[in-house]
Design a protein around this ligand. Structure first.
Ligand code: ATP
Ligand code: MG
Length: 419
């Protein structure tokens, strides 16, 4: 026997028992996002590596060590998308959507790829729902997106939510802050983990959200970006907070929340749940006013968020997922009944019913067992006697009763049994 081929580590199969929950979540997400005027965009899972390097940032963990990168046989250096914003913006620029300053609200669903250490809530292929809005520069857009994320999370029954909020200001605010932070970190170099020592010069903000205890202690009294915000950013941030308060959304201002992607400006936030364990962020987002121009489009303010589908599924109230049902199990009891049974199955489907045509024979008893395992409500049986009489036997698998009905009345009889 040939050896089994293993799945790729950190990449999960989503099996039929699980897909119902996925479909339900995706369906709810689409509906809710569309009620806010967002429209779906689909773009490739592969892009030029340069797109991610330029947008997410050369010195970020994602670009430095988490991307799946390769040269194709034509020598083009490509990468599997580690997140959606870069590809979404690239697609919108490619299509000229920003010409004429058009406001666009886009969403997408699909797999992202990061070579991280697999653990609960962290996979190498994972899935996101992402939203991006282009055009309005105001804090009201940020707040509407937060409301939209909240609606999505609440609709799916997610418990224990907290919104963490911060402002990263404009690039010039960050430059001033960065210098101060580097000086502070250098003084405490000896207390930082190896990764963070490496980050001091290249990516000092990331040290602030390192999970290692000694790093957290070392940054406890580090300078915070909040004290370095320029006038406009300070006003933007205050307005976001005021609008959230008026909308009745509680939040925690976390001055050390930095996010792992370079393109953010001003507002950043994360929704966490206390039901998730270590990987507790379910939605992350913010504003990125510089990215469209950075990728060669016209200067266009923008904001968005991404929601981790696997984490949301782990939190979702599964009681609301509609159960799977099969209406009819259609069994030809011998070969002569096959063509009539095939035709009858098609007729049931014409009526909008689901029908499992049983192929493969077996005793009546074993077939009824199978119908039961499939969760069928009704079995439609066709044997010699039924063929001779032009009838079918319709058996109610819930009540355990059965009746013979003329063949042309079979769909109605099945429908009646289904109530
Ligand atoms: P984390 O802090 O969990 O590493 P991140 O800052 O890397 O998240 P983003 O790039 O902002 O995450 O992605 C948004 C969301 O996508 C996360 O909040 C999370 O729900 C989900 N996510 C990110 N990386 C993974 C992963 N490797 N496996 C599963 N879900 C993920
Ligand atoms: Mg991460």
């Amino acid at each position: 026997m040939a050896g089994k081929i293993r799945p790729v580590r950190g990449m999960n199969d989503i099996l039929p028992d699980q897909t119902r929950a996925w479909q339900y979540l995706e369906d709810r997400a689409r509906r809710i996002l569309e009620t806010y005027g967002y429209r779906e965009i689909r773009f490739p899972h592969l892009e030029h590596l340069e797109l991610f390097a330029r947008s997410i940032g050369e010195d970020t963990d994602i670009v430095e060590k988490e991307m799946y990168t390769f040269a194709d046989s034509g020598g083009e250096v490509l990468a599997l998308r580690p997140e959606g914003t870069a590809g979404c913006v690239r697609a919108a620029i490619s299509a000229g959507l920003f010409r004429g300053g058009g406001a666009h609200r886009l969403y997408y669903l699909g797999p992202m790829f990061r070579h991280e250490r697999p653990q609960k809530g962290r996979y190498r292929q994972f899935h996101q729902v992402g939203v991006e809005a282009f055009g309005p520069p105001g804090p009201d857009l940020d707040v509407e997106q937060i409301l939209m994320a909240q609606r999505l999370l609440q609709d799916l029954g997610v418990p224990g939510l907290t919104l963490h909020l911060n402002s990263l200001g404009q690039p010039e605010d960050r430059r001033a802050y960065r210098g101060e932070l580097i000086a502070y970190l250098e003084e405490r170099r000896g207390r930082l983990c190896d990764t963070c020592r490496d980050r001091i010069q290249r990516s000092p903000l990331r040290v602030l959200d390192c999970k290692v205890a000694s790093c957290q202690e070392a940054v406890a009294s580090a300078p915070v970006i909040t004290d370095y915000l320029g006038e406009a950013s300070r006003a933007h941030f205050e307005r976001v907070q005021a609008l959230l308060q008026e909308a009745g959304i509680r939040f925690v201002h976390d001055p050390k929340l930095v996010r792992g992607l370079d393109y953010y400006t001003d507002t950043v936030y994360e929704w966490t749940s206390d039901h998730l364990g270590a990987q507790d962020t379910v939605v992350a987002g913010g504003r990125y006013d510089g990215l469209v121009a950075e990728l060669g489009g016209p200067a266009t303010p923008a904001a968005g968020f991404a929601l981790g589908i696997e984490r949301l599924l782990a939190l979702m109230d599964s009681a609301q997922i509609p159960t799977e049902g099969l209406d009819a199990f259609v069994a030809p009891l011998d070969e002569r009944a096959q063509s009539v049974a095939l035709e009858l199955s098609e007729t049931l489907r014409d009526e909008g019913l689901s029908a499992w045509y049983h192929s493969g024979g077996g005793s009546l008893k074993s077939q009824l067992k199978k119908a039961d395992r499939l969760g069928a409500a009704v079995a439609v049986l066709l044997g010699d006697q039924e063929l001779a009489e032009g009838t079918v036997t319709v058996r109610d698998l819930v009540q355990g009763e059965q009746e013979a009905v003329p063949r042309d009345r079979a769909p109605q009889a099945v429908a009646d049994r289904l109530g």
